[in-house]
Design a protein around this ligand. Structure first.
Ligand SMILES: Nc1nc2c(c(=O)[nH]1)N[C@H]1C(S)=C(S)[C@@H](COP(=O)(O)O)O[C@H]1N2
Ligand SMILES: [Mo]
Length: 564
């Protein structure tokens, strides 16, 4: 060993790089877990990781959101959480590595992360001041755990005295092998100084004991983080929302939906089933932690430009005459050919009746609804007040209380409008106002103020770039134009003449309509397109338009190969 490195290692103790990185990661995990546990009591969205994720979503520019949705579809939230996890784990490891001799960089990192969590919680629209306890717990635990593990690793990284080091070369005790293994892990290889009377040395026995202490505390931190985080998860989801949902029981529907006629779908030919089962129903929302509301706590305040304020509770709602309607919901973000469209039998109360009781003042044109997590939608008053629209406050979906991710206990459903301006889930507030006075969540982000659903169609079969044998080939799919209804669907192959498809039984103008057509085809590559005509006589435009600002247009098309 040369003179220079010897004096350096005598002056400074450095924790081994892998151990330093591990300390950063363990401190991070324990901080996140502690915050998650406290969030179990003060609100799931207060969990620092969730709060930062939600803040990220809130500030996500449209291009990034479009990219995420088109690339990852409904896994976009999972991808966001995973990317955040990867980034923050790397930063934690780097902070650990920067703290090999001094704890300061790691402590600073823990404080900065904690402050970011506090900021995110303060921004969250649905969280009270108590929610700050969650990221504060993260900050405190992050700093404490980092310091603790750092102290232990630091002690364990001291060099054995020269005499002991020699001794170490010929292990004799039964635990000697394990001890020297962990010595390699905790100490810095290749920097064993031979010096004796410096601060960086201790007796071998002392060092071995420090190493054991470090290993035990690291393991305890890892296990503890798992237990705290898991407990937080349990408490947050055991807030009683699912239990409350189970306890709701059946509904007495005064005005049930007509039975779906046989032949309303062409599922055997490759279309979706007419009614979408709840677990398959598309889901779009900004909520990283799904709001967990209990029916017994729920209330909806209707206020603003009304003659009488109304406060509705769940039992008030379900005791009213309930209607059931088969409705196809559509997302404005649905690209041509996309699958953000589903159909369900919704049970609820006609919103028009409730608003008539409240008495809408002249001049009010917007129903500004808000969810428990602060998301907002602005719905045209005139649409909701149309007698045949059957816009509703829905409490049931396909014979069950609303699933939690679809808005339990109560959501809005307005046939014929895209969800982003009408379908508020977990709805808790409704202000009657004007479009001039307030802008809802997506309108603030550049989307259209009014969101009528556009006449569109989709090819479902044959599969894109699939291979089919020559002969009679079935094309099938869906078309929709809520609230107008579909009157015709045509397809054409390789830009040939339009051929009319067979339409399935018509259920109502607020739902999709399935189509299929059998065509004789010989071998070759095929390019098929379809276009719908709605009941006003309007033929769907072929102009390709992006979802933003008010819904995609264009013909759904598909390439496939017919083999002889
Ligand atoms: N609270 C809340 N409600 C919401 C949203 C949301 O982000 N938060 N997204 C809306 C959008 S864009 C659509 S398309 C529908 C989707 O409803 P679903 O998830 O039940 O299919 O919900 C609407 N309601
Ligand atoms: Mo949407």
């Amino acid at each position: 060993m040369d003179e220079e490195s010897r004096t350096r290692s005598q002056r400074t103790i450095r924790i081994g790089a892998p151990i330093a990185a591990l300390i950063g990661v363990l401190a991070l995990l324990s901080a996140v877990a502690a915050g998650h546990l406290v969030a179990g009591f003060v609100g799931a969205n207060a969990s620092p990781f969730v709060a930062v994720g939600n803040t990220f979503i809130y500030f996500t520019p449209n291009w990034l959101k479009d990219f995420a949705v088109s690339t990852f579809g409904s896994s976009d939230k999972l991808v966001l959480l995973l990317s955040m996890a990867v980034v923050v784990l790397i930063v934690a490891a780097v902070a650990g590595l920067a703290s090999r001799s001094k704890a300061t960089p790691g402590v600073v990192f823990a404080v900065v992360l904690g402050l970011a969590g506090i900021g995110a919680v303060l921004r969250a629209p649905d969280l009270g001041l108590a929610a700050v306890l969650a990221p504060t717990a993260s900050l405190a635990v992050g700093v404490l755990v980092f310091r603790l593990l750092h102290d232990r690793a630091y002690a364990a990284a001291r060099q054995p005295r020269a005499s002991d080091a020699d001794h170490d070369a010929t292990p004799s005790g039964d635990s000697a092998n394990t001890a020297s293994d962990s010595a390699n892990a905790a100490g810095e290889d290749g920097e064993h100084a031979g010096g004796s009377a410096s601060a960086g040395v201790a007796s071998l026995a002392q060092i071995q004991q420090d190493r054991r202490k470090f290993i035990v505390s690291s393991a305890a931190v890892a296990v503890g983080a798992g237990v705290l985080g898991g407990a937080g998860q349990l408490i947050a989801s055991g807030g009683g929302a699912e239990a409350s949902r189970q306890a709701v029981g059946g509904f007495t529907v005064a005005d049930p939906a007509p039975a779906i006629p046989a032949g309303a779908d062409f599922a055997k030919a490759g279309t979706p089933t007419f009614v979408t089962a709840n677990p398959q129903f598309y889901r779009v929302d900004t909520a990283l932690a799904v709001p967990q509301l209990r029916a017994q706590d729920w209330q909806l305040r209707i206020h603003g430009m009304v003659d009488r304020e109304i406060v509705l509770r769940y039992d008030d709602l379900r005791r009213r005459p309930l209607i059931e309607r088969t409705i196809t919901m559509t997302c404005v973000s649905n690209p041509v050919g996309g699958d953000y469209i589903s159909t369900a039998n919704f049970v609820g109360v006609r919103l028009r009746d409730i608003l008539q009781e409240a008495g809408i003042k002249p001049g009010a044109d917007q129903i500004f609804s808000k969810s428990s997590d602060g998301w907002t939608a602005g719905t045209p008053v005139d649409v909701v007040m149309e007698p045949d629209r059957d816009a509703m406050l829905a409490i049931g979906m396909n014979g069950e209380p609303l699933p939690i991710e679809h808005g339990f206990p109560v959501r809005m459903v307005v046939p014929g409008l895209y969800g982003y301006i009408s379908a508020t889930k977990w709805v808790v507030d409704m202000e009657i106002t004007t479009f001039r006075a307030a802008q809802c969540y997506w309108v603030q982000r550049g989307w259209g103020v009014k969101g009528p659903i556009k006449t569109e169609a989709r090819i479902d079969t044959p599969a894109p770039f699939g291979h089919v044998t020559a002969g009679k080939i079935t094309l099938a799919g869906i078309a929709w134009a809520q609230p107008k209804g579909i009157s015709k669907l045509e397809v054409r192959v390789n830009r040939g003449p339009w051929v009319e498809a067979q339409l399935a039984a018509d259920v109502n103008n607020h739902t999709w309509r399935m189509w299929k057509v059998e065509m004789e085809m010989d071998a070759g590559t095929k390019f098929v397109e379809c276009r719908a005509t709605d009941k006003t006589g309007y033929i769907q435009t072929d102009e390709r338009v992006d979802p933003i600002p008010d819904g995609a247009t264009g013909w759904s098309s598909r390439n496939f190969t017919v083999t002889a």
